[in-house]
Write a protein that binds this ligand. Structure first.
Ligand code: GPV
Length: 799
C-alpha cells in the first residue's frame, strides 16, 4: 500500500466539515445533537480538527519512515504548550469552518471554544521555549520528537486571598484531553533502588511508563510532529486484593499510588533548587522511558550502533534530563555489551546541552547518597566518567588542583553532591547558552574552566518565540495590518520580512491604524482606559527579576500624586502578572505588597484616571495571549547578569511594545536590532553590577541620598501597605542582593522620559512600529535554524 496516499482525504468545504462534526458527535462521542452539552460539542470539535492533523501526521510518519533521516529529540521536564484549539484550527485551516459548523448544529462557538483547557505542563520561560521550538521544528519540516512528562497536575492555579498568593491544584485533564493520543502499547519499564550484583543492576522497584502524544503541526507545511509524554503506571501486580478483601482499602492501593505519584505533579519551582527524591525519580523516569523509545525508533530502520549518533541528536533542556547520559552508558555497556570506550564515544556524539541560567543556586546538584540509593549503577557510571574526566584535566593542566576541584562531577563540601551541569558539559558535544550575553558569561564565569579545557564545545543560540501563536493568534488585528503593510502573509514563515515595516513608520495614516489596533487590543483586555499607557511586567516572580523595583516606581508615582502632581507624568495602567514558587517566601511578600499597593491606589480618588495597578491572578499562556497585544510598555528590569535571556521581552517587542530594560539577557540583542533610540535603557550593566556586588555595597547610602526613594521605602517600612511591604523594605535596606536601590534613580528618570515620549503619540507609534520591524530575528524559526547549523545538523523531510 502507498503509505503516503492511502488515506481518504478529509473535506475542506463547510458542508464536509459539518458532516464530520455530526458523525463524530454520533459515532465517537456517542450522543446526539438534541442531547449534546457544550462539553460534548467541544470534544467533538476537537476530534474533528485533530483528525485533519492526524491525516497529515500519517503522511509525515510515512515520509520519515521512508527517509530514515537524522532525528532531533528534545528532552524536557516542561512543556508550556498553551491552549490547543485555536492553534489547531489555524494550522488545519479550519478557523472559519468551525464556528459556522457549530452554529449550524445549534451551538454557541464562544461557549464551546471557552472550554479549551491549557495544558500547564511547565513553569515559565524554559517550558514555553520548549513549546516554541517544537512549533518551529515542525514548521521547518525537521524530523523531531519532544519527550516530556504527562503530569496529572500542571502548574498550580494562582488565587489571591487577602492579597496573598494561594495555590490550587490544576486538574487539567478532569474532563479528559481530546487532543491526546494514548499509545499504551509503547509502554516502558523503569527500575529504581536495588543493588548492583555480579549480574548487574537489580532494581528494587519497577514502574511502568505509558506514553501518549499530542500533535505538533507545522505552519504552512504538511509536517505534523509529536510531543510524547510519559505517565507513570503501577506494575500490574501492585493491587493487593487480599488487603482489599480485608477492608484495608488504602493499604491495598498504596504501592500503586506510590508508583503513580511519579507523574502526579509538576514541581512548581523555577530556577531554584528542589531537593526532593521524587523530583529525581521524575527525572530518571523521563530519561529512561524516552531513551528506550528513541532506541526502539532507531531500530525500525537501523541495526548498527555506530549509526546511532549519525541518526540521532538528543538535546537536553537544561540539566533536568542529564541522567540520560549515564543511562545511555548503562544501556550500551550493561545491556548491549558494548565496550566502555565505544559507548562513551557514542554518548558524547549524541547529546547536546542547553543551559538556561546564571544563578548559581539554579545549578542542580543531587546528594551522592540519594542518587546512589535510587540509582546505584548510575552512580558507579558517574564515578567512572569522573575519574576519566579528572585524568584529562590533570593531563591538560598539571598541578592545578583548583581546576580539578571546579571541574569534578562531585562537589565535596559541605556535602558530597553530584553536579548535574558538570555531568551535562562532560557528556555532550555542544553546550549552548540562550542569548549572546548569557553565552559569554557562561564561558567567562560559570563554565570558565570547562571552556579552557574544551573551547570548541561552547556556543550560543539566542532564544526566539513563535510568531504564529504570539502574533498571528494572539493579535489578529495587528497581524492583518502587518500583512497589508507587507503585501503578503509570508512573514509568518519568514519573520525577517518584518523589516519591511520600517518605512511605514513614517506614514502617518499607517501609524494611525497601528495605534488603533493597540487601542482595540487594550479595550478587548478590558482593564481600564485604553487611552492610558499599559505598562506591563509579566513573568515569574523572582527577586532577580526585580518586581520590587517596579513597585517602588509605582509608589513613587503614587506619592507624586499626593505631593507633586506636576511631576506625575501620564495616565498609566500598571499590570503585573506571574506566579511565585509556593516555598519562595520573599517572592510571595512582593506579590502581597503589589496587591496592597494596588488597593491603596484604587481607594484614593487622586489616582482616578491617572494611575491604576492591576494584577490578574493566574498568569498563564492563555492570559499572556490577551495581555501581550495590548501592552504599550514592556518591563525587562532584571539585575544585569542574571536573566539568561528572557522571551517575554521578545513577544512584547514583536507586538509593538517599547521596552524599558537593563542590558541583560536578550534585551541587549533586542536593543541592537530595534535601535538604541527605540529602547529605554537604564541601570548598571553586568560588569558594573558584578563589581558593585563584590565590593562593599551599601543599599542604605542610596536610601539616604534620594528623597523619593526614601519616601517610597519609608511608606513600605511604616506599614502603609501592610506587613508584607515591611519585609520587602527590610530586605532592600538590609542586603538588597539584586541591587534594586542602586538602579532606582536611573530607572525612575528613565520612566520620566518614557512618560514624556508617550505625550507625543506620533513619536511613540513610530517607535512602536520600529520595534516590531526590528524584532524579526526573535522568531523561534531562526532559533531552530541556528540549532540546526551549530548543533543538530539535521535536514528537512517534506511529506
Ligand atoms: I534554569 N528558565 C526557566 O524558566 N526555568 C528554569 O528552571 C531555568 C531557566 C528561563 C530563564 O530564566 C530565562 O531567562 C530564559 O529566557 C528561559 O529559561 C528560556 O531559555
Amino acid at each position: 500500500m502507498d503509505l503516503r496516499n492511502g488515506l481518504r482525504p478529509l473535506g475542506s468545504t463547510p458542508a464536509e466539515f459539518e458532516q464530520d462534526l455530526l458523525s463524530n458527535l454520533y459515532y465517537r462521542r456517542g450522543t446526539t445533537v438534541e442531547s449534546a452539552s457544550a462539553q460534548d460539542a467541544y470534544e467533538t470539535l476537537a476530534l474533528t480538527v485533530r483528525d485533519r492533523l492526524a491525516a497529515r501526521r500519517a503522511r509525515t510518519a510515512a515520509a520519515h519512515y521512508e527517509t530514515n533521516p537524522r532525528w532531533v529529540y528534545y528532552l524536557s521536564a516542561e512543556y508550556l504548550l498553551g491552549p490547543q484549539l485555536e492553534q489547531n484550527l489555524l494550522y488545519s485551516g479550519t478557523t472559519d469552518l468551525a464556528p459556522a459548523a457549530l452554529k449550524a448544529l445549534g451551538f454557541s462557538p464562544e461557549e464551546v471554544e471557552a472550554l479549551d483547557v491549557e495544558p500547564g505542563l511547565g513553569n515559565g520561560g524554559l517550558g514555553r521555549l520548549a513549546a516554541c521550538l517544537l512549533d518551529s521544528l515542525a514548521t521547518l519540516d525537521i524530523p523531531a520528537v519532544g519527550y516530556g512528562i504527562r503530569y496529572d497536575l500542571g502548574i498550580f492555579k494562582q488565587d489571591f486571598e487577602n492579597g496573598e498568593q494561594v495555590e490550587k491544584p490544576d486538574d487539567w485533564t478532569f474532563q479528559g484531553d481530546p487532543w491526546e493520543f494514548p499509545a499504551p502499547d509503547d509502554w516502558q519499564t523503569v527500575g529504581f533502588y536495588g543493588y548492583v550484583g555480579p549480574e548487574g543492576w537489580v532494581p528494587g522497584e519497577i514502574v511502568h511508563g505509558e506514553p501518549s502524544h499530542l500533535l505538533v503541526p507545522g505552519y504552512g507545511t504538511e509536517t505534523v510532529n509529536i510531543v510524547r509524554l510519559w505517565r507513570a503506571r503501577a506494575a500490574q501486580a501492585s493491587f493487593d486484593l487480599r488487603r482489599f478483601s480485608a477492608g484495608q482499602y488504602a493499604e491495598a492501593v498504596q504501592e500503586a499510588v506510590k508508583a503513580e505519584n511519579i507523574s502526579k505533579v509538576l514541581y512548581p519551582d523555577d530556577s531554584t533548587e528542589m531537593g526532593r527524591e521524587l523530583r529525581l525519580k521524575q527525572q530518571y523516569f523521563l530519561v529512561s522511558c524516552s531513551l528506550r523509545d528513541i532506541i526502539r525508533r532507531f531500530r525500525f530502520r537501523n541495526s548498527d550502533w555506530s549509526d546511532f549518533p549519525v541518526k540521532t541528536v538528543i538535546q537536553l533542556n537544561d540539566t533536568h534530563p542529564t541522567l540520560a547520559i549515564p543511562e545511555l552508558m548503562r544501556l550500551l555497556v550493561d545491556e548491549e555489551k558494548l565496550d566502555w570506550e565505544q559507548a562513551w564515544s557514542l554518548v558524547r556524539q549524541t547529546f547536546a546541552y542547553t543551559c538556561h541560567t546564571l544563578l548559581p543556586e539554579a545549578l542542580e546538584t543531587w546528594p551522592v547518597d540519594m542518587l546512589g540509593r535510587l540509582l546505584p549503577r548510575h552512580l558507579e557510571i558517574i564515578y567512572r566518567i569522573n575519574a576519566e574526566l579528572l585524568d584529562e584535566v590533570r593531563a591538560t593542566f598539571p598541578d592545578d588542583l583548583s581546576r580539578v576541584r571546579n571541574l569534578s562531577l562531585i562537589q565535596e563540601e559541605p556535602q558530597r553532591r553530584v553536579r548535574m551541569a558538570n555531568l551535562a558539559v562532560t557528556g555532550t558535544f555542544k553546550v549552548n547558552g540562550v542569548a549572546e550575553l548569557h553565552s559569554q558569561l557562561l564561558t567567562s564565569t560559570t563554565f570558565a574552566d570547562f571552556a579552557a579545557l574544551w573551547p570548541d564545545k561552547f556556543t550560543n543560540v539566542t532564544n526566539g518565540v513563535t510568531p504564529r501563536r504570539f502574533v498571528r493568534l494572539a493579535n489578529p488585528g495587528l497581524s492583518a495590518l502587518i500583512t497589508e503593510g507587507l503585501g503578503s502573509e509570508d512573514w509568518l514563515r519568514d519573520l525577517s520580512l518584518l523589516s519591511g515595516l520600517a518605512p511605514l513608520a513614517d506614514d502617518a495614516s499607517f501609524r494611525a491604524r497601528w495605534r488603533s489596533e493597540k487601542r482595540h487590543a487594550k479595550s478587548a483586555l478590558g482593564l481600564g482606559d485604553p487611552g492610558a499607557m499599559l505598562d506591563v511586567m509579566i513573568k515569574r516572580f523572582h527577586e532577580y527579576k526585580r518586581q520590587q523595583l517596579k513597585i517602588l516606581h509605582v509608589i513613587t508615582l503614587y506619592q507624586r500624586l499626593q505631593s507633586a502632581p506636576g511631576r506625575f507624568g501620564v495616565p498609566r495602567t500598571v499590570l503585573f502578572g506571574g506566579k511565585a514558587a509556593p516555598a519562595y517566601y520573599a517572592a510571595k511578600s512582593i506579590i502581597k505588597t503589589i496587591n496592597a499597593v494596588a488597593a491603596a491606589v484604587a481607594a484614593d480618588p487622586k489616582s482616578s484616571g491617572l494611575l491604576r495597578v492591576v494584577f490578574p491572578a493566574n498568569y498563564n499562556v492563555t492570559l499572556a495571549e490577551k495581555i501581550i497585544p495590548a501592552a504599550d510598555l514592556s518591563e525587562q528590569i532584571s539585575m544585569a547578569g542574571k536573566e539568561a535571556s528572557g522571551t517575554g521581552n521578545m513577544k512584547l517587542a514583536l507586538n509593538g511594545a517599547l521596552t524599558i530594560g537593563t542590558l541583560d539577557g536578550a534585551n541587549v540583542e533586542i536593543r541592537d536590532r530595534v535601535g538604541a533610540d527605540n529602547f529605554f535603557l537604564f541601570g548598571l550593566d553586568a560588569p558594573a553590577a558584578l563589581s558593585l556586588r563584590s565590593g562593599d555595597y551599601q543599599p542604605r547610602s542610596y536610601y539616604e541620598a534620594d528623597d523619593e526613594l526614601r519616601a517610597a521605602l519609608d511608606a513600605l517600612s511604616n506599614g502603609v501597605f501592610g506587613g508584607a511591604g515591611q519585609e520587602v523594605a527590610q530586605s532592600l535596606l538590609g542586603r538588597d542582593e539584586y541591587l534594586t536601590l542602586a538602579d532606582y534613580r536611573s530607572y525612575i528618570d528613565k520612566q520620566d522620559e518614557v512618560a514624556a515620549v508617550w505625550q507625543n503619540q506620533e513619536r511613540w507609534t513610530r517607535m512602536s512600529i520600529l520595534n516590531t520591524a526590528g524584532s524579526g530575528f526573535f522568531s523561534s524559526d531562526r532559533t531552530v535554524s541556528d540549532y540546526l547549523e551549530r548543533i543538530w545538523r539535521a535536514s528537512p523531510v517534506r511529506p
